[in-house]
Ligand binder design. Structure first.
Ligand SMILES: Cc1cc2nc3c(=O)[nH]c(=O)nc-3n(C[C@H](O)[C@H](O)[C@H](O)COP(=O)(O)OP(=O)(O)OC[C@H]3O[C@@H](n4cnc5c(N)ncnc54)[C@H](O)[C@@H]3O)c2cc1C
Length: 384
């Protein structure tokens, strides 16, 4: 009989996987943290990190939160400046600050934190090609680029094109529940308040938006994205559209006259949390993008990845304590994740479908918010 090399194999060491590994701190479990990349590595992203992320770390260890707060490569932002389709801006002030952090830095920080823990054995530059459950031994066998690994439980954190989701859950790309986005780094974009990040709802992109996010090194993460169904119906080329917006858009292009693009334009897919897929089963769980947990309106997924990773890490500890790995027992993981994210994701989905594309209504809502502080406060509560 094959003995498992590890109690838990976490596949993918992005925000979801690193947090899942951290959440098993002091559990006595032997955790393999496997990633096909070596860190630091880039991940195509807008780099906006939700305000609740330090709290997720604090629920695992106060030290992790303190390390995050001492981390210098983050731009603290207090305001989300939203531009209506007619160009009218409205500031939404956060009660707690968010951060803009380049993913090369954030993921290297989180994965470095996980790697330093005694219970974690890292396997980098190690793609997982396939997984198979061996029912007689009740263990998982992972075929990886570095050989075969065995574990009692697996946590799939391998992102938007997850091997684990494809094999164990529903990895179909449904265009109604999927977005695509591109981003590039620029310098010398004018008129950006470094304490705010900007979302522009523009006529060219009724089911998406254009963004400008300030980074701590003085550069800007600039990009745009939209629902895949819309992109496909309109046969949009997002790279060309980004170029068009920064050079030709009436109000936005004026702010890019002195700007320099300092990176390639990179694109990637976003599996949206507007539909539920099975995220656990017999001795397995999915987290982050692998679990399709991206906010359908904003495209945020880092916070969801970390929160779901933490729930999965805790659930794994519980499974070993109670020696129960059954699909039925695992369902409490699904309940925790969807209790936290399903209602906000539904709200985002409805706003994306019914408010954002109705430009006249959108503009009127913003006009009213400018005239009425009471309505403005209500809108802020409804949106954030
Ligand atoms: C253009 C764009 C802009 C975005 N902007 C934002 C934003 O501003 N804020 C925000 O919160 N979210 C944003 N998102 C979403 C965010 O990037 C994701 O939700 C987040 O990265 C999810 O984290 P994760 O850990 O689940 O997956 P990932 O960050 O994708 O990490 C998955 C890891 O798994 C590894 N991996 C994959 N396959 C394998 C395999 N077979 N074997 C081993 N390892 C594997 C990868 O190397 C990677 O390190 C954006 C997404 C896009 C595409």
């Amino acid at each position: 009989m094959t003995a498992p090399d590890f109690d838990v194999a976490v596949i993918g060491a992005g925000p979801a996987g690193s947090t899942a590994a951290l959440a098993m701190l002091n559990s006595g479990l032997r955790v393999a943290l496997i990633d096909m990349a070596t860190f630091p590595r880039d991940k195509t992203c807008g780099d906006a990190v939700a305000a609740y992320v330090p709290k997720v770390l604090a629920t695992i260890s106060d030290e992790f939160r303190a390390e995050f707060e001492a981390f210098s490569k983050r731009q603290v932002v207090h305001i989300c400046r939203v531009f209506a389709p007619n160009g009218q801006p409205l500031d939404f002030k956060f009660s707690e600050s968010g951060n803009i952090i380049k993913r090369t830095e954030l993921d290297n920080f989180l994965c470095g934190l996980a790697q330093r823990q005694k219970h974690v054995t890292p396997f980098f530059d190690c793609r997982v090609n396939s997984i198979a459950f061996k029912p007689n031994q009740k263990i998982w066998e992972l075929q990886t680029a570095s050989g075969v690994l065995h574990a009692k439980l697996i946590i799939g954190c391998d992102g938007a094109n997850s091997v684990v989701t494809r094999q164990l859950s529903d990895g179909r790309l449904l265009q109604e529940h999927h977005s695509a986005a591109v981003r590039a780094y620029f310098t010398d974009v004018e008129g950006v308040n470094p304490e705010s990040f900007e979302l522009h709802f523009i006529n060219e992109l009724p089911l998406g938006y254009f963004w400008i996010f300030p980074e701590s090194d003085g550069s800007f993460n600039v990009g745009l994205g939209a629902l895949s169904k819309f992109i496909s119906d309109k046969q949009l080329n997002l790279r060309e559209l980004l170029q068009h917006v920064v050079t030709k858009h009436d109000s936005i292009s004026k702010r890019f006259t002195k700007a320099n693009r300092i990176s390639d334009v990179k694109g990637f897919g976003l599996p949206l949390g507007s539909r539920k897929i099975p995220i656990s089963g017999n001795a397995w769980m999915l987290c982050g993008d692998a679990a399709h947990l991206i906010d359908p309106l904003t495209g945020e997924g880092i916070g969801q990845a970390m929160a779901s990773g933490r729930f999965a890490g805790w659930m794994a500890v519980d499974c070993f304590k109670k020696n129960n790995f059954s699909a039925e027992f695992m369902k409490s993981y699904d309940r925790q994740v969807y209790k936290k994210f399903w209602a906000p994701h539904r709200k985002s989905y409805l706003m994306q479908r019914y408010l954002v594309p109705r430009f006249t209504l959108f503009n009127k809502v913003f006009e009213l918010a400018h005239r009425s502080p009471v309505f403005r406060r209500w809108l802020q509560r409804a949106v954030l």
